[in-house]
Ligand binder design. Structure first.
Ligand code: ADP
Ligand code: MG
Length: 724
């Protein structure tokens, strides 16, 4: 067999099931061991410094310089006790990954070594990360990017390094990351939501966002992965014929977890527990070798930071197991892709879930106010929200027949849907209707337990009893980039909700009637976003269009939404992003899209020219020799005797020709596109010409895979990559 592939298969066969990370005793004994949470901090600093951290962590107060030295020295003491030698600011640039630059604690004073870490190293670091995308916000030659600890996220220890979760901003204060706008969006949302809750409950003074992030991923044996340049360099297979059996029988979903995988899961769970990540579920997903894990939900900042850490831990632990974790949204054609389901809810500082229907009419009125405000926000900004998950990787997944479609809709479940219908049908069109009727409706909302709700897995944004589940987010994305947009649009909607209620009250309407009237107005404005049917169906696509819902059909074209007034205004008036920050994001998104597609296009060209075509030509020669031999022996009757070989030869020749010609055309298309100065324009050309041509190349290369002797095929096949 082709030696490259054979060696990989042989090596893969030697990889065993083992455990590498085992802790003694119950999980509760070591849970959070590597995190310096508020409780532990208390023992490492004065009461004054500790209180400053608490005020900052819980209420967003600015950390005073006067105490930062003491806080830093407390952190250093803890980290050194735990064996740390380095520290790093861990930040989340706009590339969906995390970034770190490690600094040693060790320093010299008067020729003597000592461990140094002071307040200015904690609250401000200059990583000089000049090559991160900044969309023109930062001139590489002049200004630098600064990172500063986000006190709402505790510092922790990983690999002997004290990790400091940080925001990353430009010299002049503009956000260069996803964390800074997310923190701002949560503040805006808290203010707006508190104003609405206060209509019902004066005791609430803040509202926080809770997130539960389900993470899907694929596992591939490391040796096979290393024999697939496309997986290594782009995270997905750019060619590869589907296996005869993949997910048709749905026998993988919730099936027994293979033992090698289960050891890997237990190991990364142990490491996650030490970092205080409360992983709760693990199971097989639909596609072969696809799995999922989910932690218990918590505050949004923590949930996002933990998800980013989890992705790092999983990769690190996988190395020991000779496995590779694939977070790409669509690593394998023909089987399901991977998402990161984002369970989102709002909770008051008094512990009330605002998206939970309740037992009393007042609680239900409050629930309806929030539900209607979310609906209206998602309706008004449906295209923007969908665009937050529009990446190159996700574009291969969304709209496929097993993933949520690229058009936004909200699924409410039959009970709630019925309630909204009766609210819309209320008689009086002006304000509420008679009070009795609205009370009747409000009373009719039962407490919905998550288990009871009908599930609709075809909806990109589904209500699941006490939260919304945004299912379209991509598995490799930093969810912050979707969540801060959602938070911001809901903040806008809630602000308007309160304003309208105030206006009605000022005009003499009673509070309940006023609330009900605004609920009804919001639902009526947003009714087109509600859809209870099969979101994967062709009919819905048409129906959505007729309702004026815009689908993301092309990624760079969708990015134009960042130029629409409605978007720029939304971010500006909520204080989440200034117009130049929005513009920077637009440019960065286009830049990343182009770069990723360029890499994929190069890889497919390389694979075809250096792997596929040489194998095809070799096999073609064998067939030619065979036909010649038959002719030597049998003379003229060879044509009839060799009809099958000749037919195959013709097919192979024709595919070889198409692949060669299409790869050349692909290179041309890329070169033409690269000449386009404007990045947004270049991205659009890439998305049409380059992407289409890649698809064509793949089709014919995959035909060749089916024709060529298995022994000669150089790359591990789907059936080898996808089954343990
Ligand atoms: P499923 O796959 O059925 O949706 P999972 O158990 O895999 O369910 O994941 C559900 C996720 O939703 C978990 O992370 C869970 O903690 C989270 N979750 C549950 N309740 C809430 C809530 N009120 N707000 C946010 N997330 C929640
Ligand atoms: Mg789910």
């Amino acid at each position: 067999m082709a030696t490259f592939r054979q060696r990989a298969l042989d090596e893969a066969a030697t990889h065993k099931t083992e455990r590498f990370y085992v802790e003694e005793g119950p999980v509760s004994g070591y849970f959070g061991k590597n995190v310096l949470d508020l409780d532990k901090m208390r023992g490492y600093m004065s009461q004054e410094a500790y209180e400053a951290v608490v005020a900052s962590a819980e209420f967003g107060a600015k950390l005073d310089r006067s105490v930062s030295n003491e806080i830093a020295s407390g952190m250093k003491a803890w980290a050194i006790e735990m064996g740390a030698t380095h520290y790093t600011h861990l930040f989340q640039p706009l590339t969906d990954s995390t970034a770190e630059k490690h600094e040693a604690f060790i320093s010299l004073k008067d020729g003597k070594p000592f461990e140094k870490f002071n307040g200015s190293a904690l609250v401000q670091q200059e990583p000089d990360a000049s090559s991160f995308p900044n969309g023109g916000l930062r001139n590489t030659f002049e200004a630098r990017g600064y990172s500063a600890w986000d006190p709402s996220s505790p510092v922790f220890l990983m690999d002997g390094t004290l990790c400091i979760p940080s925001v990353f901003v430009s010299y002049t204060g503009e956000a260069l990351d996803t964390k800074a706008p997310n923190l701002k969006s949560m503040q805006a949302l808290s203010n707006a939501a508190t104003a609405v809750v206060n209509l019902f409950d004066e005791s609430v003074s803040a509202v926080k966002v809770n997130l539960g992030i389900e993470q899907e991923y694929f596992l591939v044996d490391e040796s096979l992965y290393n024999a697939r340049p496309d997986l290594m360099l782009s995270g997905r297979t750019v060619i590869g014929h589907t296996a005869s059996k993949d997910q048709q029988l749905e026998d993988h979903y919730f099936g027994a977890i293979p033992s090698r995988v289960s050891s890997f899961m237990k190991d990364f769970e142990t490491e996650a527990y030490k970092l205080g990540i409360l992983l709760q579920t693990r199971h097989n997903e639909v596609a072969p070798n696809q799995f999922e894990c989910a932690p218990v939900y918590c505050g949004a900042t923590k949930a996002i930071d933990q998800n980013m850490m989890l992705m790092i831990i999983m990769q690190k632990v996988a190395e020991k197991h000779h496995l590779k974790v694939i977070f790409h949204e669509k690593p394998f054609a023909g089987v399901n892709g991977s998402g990161k389901h984002c369970n989102w809810s709002l909770m008051t500082d008094t512990g009330i879930n605002l998206l939970s229907p309740g037992k009393t009419p007042t609680k239900n009125l409050q629930f309806l106010s929030f539900y209607a405000s979310v609906l209206r926000a998602v309706h008004k900004h449906h295209f923007l929200l969908m665009t937050t998950v529009a990446t190159l990787g996700n574009s291969y997944r969304l709209g496929g027949n097993e993933a949520p479609p690229a058009v936004m809709s909200v699924f409410s479940g039959s009970t709630l849907y019925g309630v909204f219908q009766s609210i819309l049908n209320m008689k009086d069109q002006k304000v509420s209707s008679d009070r009795q009727e609205s009370i009747k409706i409000v009373n009719a909302i039962p407490e919905i337990f998550p288990d009871n709700t009908d599930r609709n897995r075809t909806s990109p944004f589904a209500f699941t009893g006490n939260r919304f589940e945004f299912r379209a987010v991509g598995a490799s994305q930093n969810v912050a980039s979707a969540v801060y947009v959602l938070n911001t649009m809901v903040a806008e909607s809630l602000t308007e909700f309160r304003e309208e209620v105030d206006a009605l009250e000022a005009a003499g309407t009673g509070r309940e009637e006023a609330v009900m009237a605004v609920v009804r107005r919001f639902i009526s404005e947003a009714k087109d976003i509600m859809f209870e049917g099969n979101g994967y169906s062709r009919e819905w696509e048409e129906e959505a269009e007729s309702r004026g819902l815009r689908a993301v059909k092309n990624v760079p074209e969708a990015y134009e939404v960042y130029h629409e007034n409605q978007t720029v205004e939304l971010f500006e008036k909520t204080g989440v992003l200034a117009p130049n920050e929005v513009e920077a994001r637009f440019e960065i998104l286009n830049e990343i899209y182009v770069k990723k597609l360029q890499i994929e296009a190069r890889i497919i060209g390389d694979l075809c020219l250096n792997h596929v075509l040489p194998a095809a030509v070799k096999y073609q020669n064998i067939l030619i020799e065979n036909v010649k031999g038959v002719k030597d022996i049998f003379g003229d009757s060879y044509a009839e005797l060799c009809s099958a070989e000749i037919e195959t030869l013709k097919k192979i020749s024709s595919y070889i020709n198409s692949v060669s010609a299409d790869v050349a055309a692909l290179v041309d298309a890329r070169k033409r596109a690269n000449k386009i100065e404007d990045i947004a324009q270049r991205a659009k050309v890439y998305s049409h010409e380059v992407k289409d041509m890649m698809h064509k190349v793949r089709l014919n290369a995959d035909h060749l895979e089916m024709l060529i002797d298995n022994e000669m095929w150089p790359l591990p096949k789907y059936r080898e990559l996808l089954f343990f």
